[in-house]
Design a binder for this molecule. Structure first.
Ligand SMILES: [Zn+2]
Length: 160
């Protein structure tokens, strides 16, 4: 794919958070570990390969970069060039995410999604608050699914 990108797009590409061991992911890992929770990483046997899995609590956690996972917040604005390309690509990512969550829920897992914008950007929340909410959900969450995201999510594209 790299050869179809202009230098500007490539730079954008590199600036976006993607893949394993990103900064928000490390922060969440450290914070939950410090709160006494033990996890498995990147479990390939589960739908969507969750970033963290808490087998004892039957809970899967995704830490999503807002751009790559099409969050629709201020951090996920589309590049000005090749908008169609990005729209198609990112919509496919979001569809894959939804399917993974649906499958996990159907298999009896609880699912926590922590969005990048909860920890970065002008709408970010206090780190300890994010970590406390996440740890509480893992241990005691009564509902099957929880999203933790930054404030001001009315900006940018609407969430699909
Ligand atoms: Zn976001």
């Amino acid at each position: 794919m790299a050869d179809v990108l202009t230098p500007a797009q490539r730079q954008l590409n590199m600036s976006r958070i993607r893949g394993k061991d990103t900064k928000p992911e490390m922060l969440i890992r450290r914070g939950l570990h410090a709160r006494g929770l033990r996890y498995r990483l990147h479990d390939r046997s589960l739908p969507g390969r969750p970033d963290l899995v808490f087998p004892k609590y039957h809970t899967a956690v995704f830490i999503h970069g807002c751009f790559w996972h099409a969050h629709g917040c201020a951090l996920s604005k589309l590049p000005a060039t090749r908008e169609d390309f990005w729209q198609t690509k990112l919509a496919a990512n979001a569809a894959r995410d939804r399917k993974a969550v649906d499958t996990l829920l159907a298999e009896g897992w609880r699912v926590l999604v922590i969005w990048e914008c909860a920890l970065r950007g002008s709408g970010r929340l206090p780190e300890d608050g994010v970590l406390d909410s996440a740890a509480y959900f893992v241990r005691n969450g009564a509902r099957p699914v929880l999203d933790i995201a930054g404030q001001k999510n009315d900006q940018g594209r609407a969430r699909k």
